[in-house]
Design a protein around this ligand. Structure first.
Ligand code: NAD
Ligand code: IPM
Ligand code: MN
Length: 365
């Protein structure tokens, strides 16, 4: 099959992790004989520097014409004092809106080889396997009006419509059917009108899924439960802001923020990106964990390319590399040697080729 993928490395560690992800995608193409065309465009701070805009028209046009988009990260301390509209992050938000993927899937599971890397006692985190379905195009991020009323008063608008909640809720229930058939819908319905609407619409959608257990959980309680009993969750359905916060918290279950992937689906073109940001504190040093970006490639292969076998091969290669002790610095324990970003990419690629060869030989015998 052929697939046209736009690569948006972005800022900070974005170029470092997407380089490994692109290499893996290339290797998959070679092994399984697919023609993946990769083209690279500017976004975020890198695009502001070179083109004066965080989302140049050329980038947007290329993304809209692509089969899938793979992004690294955006954001740079240089823009810290700028208003939201003039920051690198504005380019990412505009891109999400234009591509239209309203359901942002953020899986976070405890990898057996990393259970001792989490802050939890091993028996408590083992088996934890969460899928956060985050509403991505509404809520506080995009609500109008917004701004400054006067120099000392700022405001944002939290607004959700029934149709926005309904469409993302359906994605969550559909995905729960392929998992453990539980949806935990997150809100703050004891305080917010938008949350009352959210809760009512999700309950209504849930009636179409009698085989899926639905619970409503306040966001504060959810944060507590994620820290005390993460294995009690299956699918977590949350609005844009709550989903953003809870998905970083879910990194504690996985062992590092650096291993979490995401896919934004349901729109014109699907967008894949690790959950982490540009990590200015480690950028340019070869310390970043590329697994979040590489696991995003697996999601791309499954959802956009409809190549489940290849997606599984990438996920297995990550598992094998981790099981064999491959660790970037974020995953290494005290006294353990750690791999560079490139070396972790190598370890996963090596595992991928070995798995392929073993499978190939097995069938040839
Ligand atoms: P961050 O996710 O960049 O980093 C948080 C912490 O996690 C840092 O200590 C960092 O070193 C570590 N970390 C993150 N990714 C890692 C990886 N792959 N390997 C090893 N360690 C990793 O969050 P931040 O520092 O709060 O934000 C930095 C910038 O990134 C900001 O401008 C923010 O807006 C932006 N950001 C962008 C995205 C995105 O592009 N999707 C996501 C989150 C944050
Ligand atoms: C994320 C990031 C983004 C978000 C920022 C960079 C706009 O934190 O993808 O989680 O808040 O959605
Ligand atoms: Mn975030």
């Amino acid at each position: 099959m052929s697939l046209n993928v736009v690569l948006l490395p972005g800022d900070g560690i974005g170029p470092e992790v997407t380089a490994e992800a692109a290499r893996l995608l290339g290797r998959i193409g070679e092994l399984y004989r697919h023609a993946f065309q990769l083209s690279t465009c500017l976004v975020g701070g890198a695009a502001i520097e070179q083109e004066g805009s965080s989302l140049p028209a050329r980038t947007l046009d290329a993304c809209l014409a692509a089969d899938a988009v793979l992004l690294g990260a955006v954001g740079h301390p240089r823009y810290e004092d700028r208003s939201p509209a003039d920051r690198p992050e504005a380019g990412l938000l505009a891109l999400r809106k234009a591509l239209g993927g309203f359901a942002n899937l953020r899986p976070a599971a405890c990898h057996p080889a990393l259970a001792d890397r989490t802050p939890f006692r091993t028996e408590r985190v083992q088996g934890a396997d969460i899928l956060i379905v985050r509403e991505l195009l509404g809520g506080l991020y995009f609500g109008e009006p917004r701004g400054y009323r006067d120099p000392e008063t700022a405001f944002n608008t939290l607004v959700y419509s029934k149709s926005e909640v309904e469409r993302v809720a359906r994605v969550a229930f559909d995905l729960a059917r392929g998992r453990r058939r539980r949806v935990s819908s997150i809100d703050k319905a004891n305080v917010l009108e938008t949350s009352r609407l959210w809760r009512n619409v999700v309950t209504e959608v849930g009636r179409d899924y009698p085989d899926v257990a639905l619970e409503h959980v306040y966001v504060d309680t959810c944060a507590m439960r994620m820290a005390t009993n993460p294995a009690s969750f299956d699918v977590i359905l949350a609005d844009n802001l709550f989903g953003d916060i809870l998905s970083d918290q879910a990194a504690s279950v996985a062992g590092s923020l650096g291993v979490l992937p995401s896919a934004s689906v349901g729109g014109r073109v699907d967008l894949y990106e690790p959950v982490h940001g540009s990590a200015p504190d480690i950028a340019g040093q070869g310390l970043a964990n590329p697994i979040g970006a590489i696991a995003s490639v697996a999601m791309l292969l499954r959802h956009s390319a409809r190549l489940p076998r290849e997606a599984q091969a990438v996920e297995q290669a990550i598992d094998v590399a981790l099981a064999s002790g491959a660790r970037t610095r974020d995953l290494a324990g005290p006294g353990e040697t750690s791999l560079s970003t490139r070396e972790m990419g190598d370890a996963i690629e090596h595992a991928l080729v070995e798995l392929f060869d073993r499978h190939h030989t097995y069938h040839a015998v």
